[in-house]
Ligand binder design. Sequence first.
Ligand SMILES: Cc1ncc(COP(=O)(O)O)c(C=O)c1O
Length: 414
Amino acid sequence: MKDSMKSFSDSSRPRLAVCGGQPRFNDPKYVGTPTIPDRADLHARLDRMLDTRRLSNDGPFVQELEDRLRRLNDGVEVVTVCNATVGMQLLLKALDVAGEVLLPSFTFIATAHACLWEGLEPVFVDVDRTTHTIDPTAVEAGLSDRTAAIVGVHLWGRMCPVRELDAIARDRGIPLIFDAAHAVGCSYEGLPMGRHGTASVVSFHATKFVQSLEGGAILTPDRDLADRLRLLRNFGFQGYDNVVALGTNAKMNEFCAAMGLGSLEGLDALVRTNIANRSACRESLAGLPGLRLYEYDEQERNNFQYLIVEVDPRACPLSRDELVQVLHAENVIARRYFTPGCHRSGPYRDMPRRKSERLPVTEQLCDTLLALPTGAGVTTAEIAAIGTIIRTAIESADLVRSFLSARRITPAAA
Ligand SMILES: Cc1ncc(COP(=O)(O)O)c(C=O)c1O
């Protein structure tokens, strides 16, 4: 231990795990702890699945889940899939997109991978400083004669600027696709998420707002597109023996659909939980220098799926990465979404950069955002305790920093 730290008596040390204290939580608190639906209902559904031996291939639970999602989205077509990444690939294939695709770099890597996997050229554009979603001005600047589609990403449980993107896509006559992995239950200008654009892809991954173990769905107002998606998700089969297109296997199975149905039933309760968590977080961080809670457009329906705090390096005595180390030591597995950004991740970082790929806002957000645990896996009292950890660390920033450098923890290893 460094001499400077020896001089602090035990009583003057902040009670933090990075300073030698006990971790605040025995079990890790994750950003995306899965929400478990009512067990009795799930067991009953699984019994029915086993009794009827309908395990996959457009079974009754898949149909019921599609029907519920359709009703939640004003009657649009819904095609469930095995996960959102494959769903995005299926959609790009069904739309016959070829050439460049404009998308934000500030997204989970799957958005970019789906494009590249389908042989398209991802062109990354910057995002808006306040909403963290794709910046329509940057989209305009990124257009070329090879632009074949725009992919907007709805982030953190709020929608991206649909109206502006729609105008650009219509003007160009190209599809407007949404990665709506975070946006189940959200609205834009009063209309539900699925009504917008050419199509939207949601994720029901275990860590998502609505979860089906693994899974996703494509929502579209276009019936012909939905028919093509149904064909392609089942190997291109039309009837029992007739294959008419290059399809794949992107089907959701019945176990996943049973879980998804239970999870969807808890949607309103989970929004209420997230709102309460957010208030607890706001209260516990009040007055701390350089910390700002991400704001939502309160005119719309948001699901508040993520609890995002921005750490301003000019005002906060600890950096975002130092706070991550402090929190990890306490068993709070805060995340640095979406560091380092798609454009700085493999394989994209090795590709020739285009002029339009100057992404200062993206890079700033990658360096400063902190995602904290929320959802049903964490109580408001635990959120308050996480706030106290952050407050204690900031109030003893110099000492915390010296302990951190003695431990030589890197954020990746924390
Ligand atoms: C923004 C975003 N897009 C796409 C995905 C991929 O979804 P899935 O895991 O269902 O393939 C995720 C998360 O997993 C995501 O957060």
